[in-house]
Design a protein around this ligand. Structure first.
Ligand code: NDP
Length: 352
C-alpha cells in the first residue's frame, strides 16, 4: 500500500500522482500487477542527466591535483572540475590550463568549510544531476621539525583537514554519486598500516584495530582521537603510535600526517563496504600512493613530476564499469605503479 499526502494531485489519465515533495507513477501491466516508482526531486535530477559525466578533483589549483585535472581533461569523457579553496589561485590555474588548450570547469571548494562542500553538492545536482568521479586530493602537511609548542596544534589541524574533513566531504557528496561512480582517495606510503610503528606490543594492538574487517567510522574516529590525546600527553610512542624523528629528514611530514593518511586508507575499506551494500550499481573507491612527487608539499624535492604522480589516481578514476571480463580494483591500497598492495601485511614495493 502506498500512502499519498493529502496535498497530492491525482491524474488518472496518465496514472500519475504528484506532490511538491514526491512523484509517484504507475503502470497497469498485463496481469493486473501495479508497478510503483517513487522519485524524490533529487533522484529525478540525478537520473535525468545521466548522459553527461562529471569529475571533481579537490585541491587542484596546484601539485598532483592540478596534474590530475590535466590528465582527466585529456582522457575523461565528460566535464572536469578544477576546485580550489582560494578562488584567485583557482582562476590562475584555470588560465594556465586554458593556455595549454585544456578546458576544465571551475568551482570553489574548501573542504574545511562545510558550507562550501554543500554549495558544490547543490551546484552539481542543479547543473549536472550528479557526480561520476571524485578525487579526494586536498591535504595539508606540517614538517617533521614543527616547533614543539605548535606540535599538538599541527596534529589537530592535519587530522581535521586530511581525515575528518575528507570524510565529511564524502558524506555530503556520496549521496549524489551515480551508478559506476569512481572515488579515489589520495593516501601516501605513510598511509600504509605498517607505519603505525610505535612501541610493541601497543603498536600491533593499534594495527589490529585499524584493520578490523568490521571497523566502523565511529571506531576509526575514536582511534584518531586517541592519537591526538597521546600527542598532547607526549607519550604517543609508548602507546604504539609512530615516532620516527631520528630516522627521517627534517622536511618530512610529522606524525599527524602519517596517522591522518593511515586513517584515510582505513576509511577507504569502510567506504567500499558501504558501497557494496548500496543499491546504486558498481560504486568503487580506492586509495592511492602517488609516489614521491615534486610539489610544494615536498619542498620541491621528489622523484616524480606531478604528471607522473597523478597517473595512478587518474587510472583508478577512469576504471570502466565492472564486469566478469575485467578486474576493477575495489577498496584497495594502490601503489603509484598501479600495483595493488596488501595494506595489512605489506610489503611496500619500494621506499616511496
Ligand atoms: P600540494 O601541497 O602541492 O597541494 C595540495 C592541494 O590541496 C593545494 O591545492 C591546496 O590548496 C589544497 N588544499 C589544502 N587544504 C585544502 C582545503 N581545506 N580545501 C581544499 N583544498 C585544500 O600537495 P601535493 O600535490 O603534493 O599532494 C596532493 C595529495 O597527494 C595529498 O593528499 C598528499 O598527501 C598526497 N601525497 C603527496 C606526495 C608527494 O610526494 N607530493 C606523497 C604522498 C602523498 P592551496 O594552494 O590553497 O594550499
Amino acid at each position: 500500500m502506498v500512502l499519498l499526502p493529502s496535498n497530492c494531485a491525482c491524474d488518472h489519465t496518465h496514472g500519475l500522482y504528484s506532490s511538491p515533495s514526491i512523484r509517484v507513477s504507475f503502470r497497469r501491466q498485463q496481469f493486473q500487477r501495479v508497478s510503483l516508482t517513487i522519485f524524490t526531486p533529487e533522484c529525478q535530477k540525478i537520473m535525468s542527466s545521466a548522459g553527461t559525466r562529471v569529475a571533481v578533483v579537490t585541491g587542484s589549483n596546484k601539485g598532483i591535483g592540478y596534474a590530475a585535472v590535466m590528465e582527466l581533461c585529456a582522457k575523461f569523457d565528460g566535464t572536469v572540475y578544477l576546485t580550489s579553496r582560494d578562488e584567485g589561485r583557482g582562476r590562475k590555474a584555470m588560465e594556465e590550463l586554458e593556455k595549454l588548450g585544456l578546458h576544465p570547469s571551475y568551482h570553489q571548494l574548501d573542504i574545511d568549510d562545510e558550507s562550501s562542500v554543500l554549495k558544490l553538492r547543490d551546484f552539481l545536482v542543479d547543473t549536472h544531476g550528479g557526480l561520476d568521479v571524485l578525487v579526494n586530493n586536498a591535504a595539508i602537511i606540517f614538517p617533521m621539525m614543527t616547533p614543539k609548542e605548535e606540535f599538538v596544534e599541527s596534529i589537530r589541524k592535519t587530522i581535521d583537514t586530511n581525515f575528518y574533513h575528507t570524510m565529511r566531504a564524502c558524506k555530503i557528496l556520496f549521496p549524489i554519486l551515480r551508478p559506476h561512480a569512481r572515488v579515489v582517495h589520495l593516501t601516501s606510503d605513510d598511509g600504509h598500516l605498517l607505519k603505525i610503528s610505535g612501541r610493541e606490543p601497543e603498536a600491533v594492538a593499534l594495527r589490529q584495530r585499524f584493520c578490523a574487517p568490521d571497523l566502523t567510522e565511529p571506531e576509526l574516529c575514536q582511534l584518531m582521537e586517541e592519537f591526538i590525546e597521546a600527542a598532547k600527553n607526549g607519550d604517543y610512542y609508548e602507546r604504539g603510535w609512530p615516532d620516527s624523528v631520528k630516522e627521517r629528514e627534517d622536511t618530512w611530514p610529522n606524525e599527524g600526517y602519517i596517522v591522518s593518511k593511515v586513517g584515510i586508507s582505513a576509511l577507504t575499506r569502510i567506504h567500499q563496504r558501504q558501497f557494496d551494500q548500496d543499491p546504486r550499481e558498481d560504486l568503487t573507491v580506492n586509495c592511492v600512493h602517488p609516489g614521491y612527487v615534486v610539489t610544494d608539499a615536498t619542498y620541491q624535492k621528489g622523484e616524480k613530476t606531478i604528471q607522473e604522480g597523478a597517473e595512478a589516481a587518474c587510472w583508478l578514476a577512469m576504471q570502466p564499469p565492472s564486469s566478469s571480463a575485467n578486474n576493477v580494483p575495489k577498496g584497495a591500497y594502490v601503489w603509484h605503479d598501479k600495483q595493488l598492495v596488501d595494506w595489512v601485511n605489506g610489503p611496500l614495493p619500494s621506499i616511496y
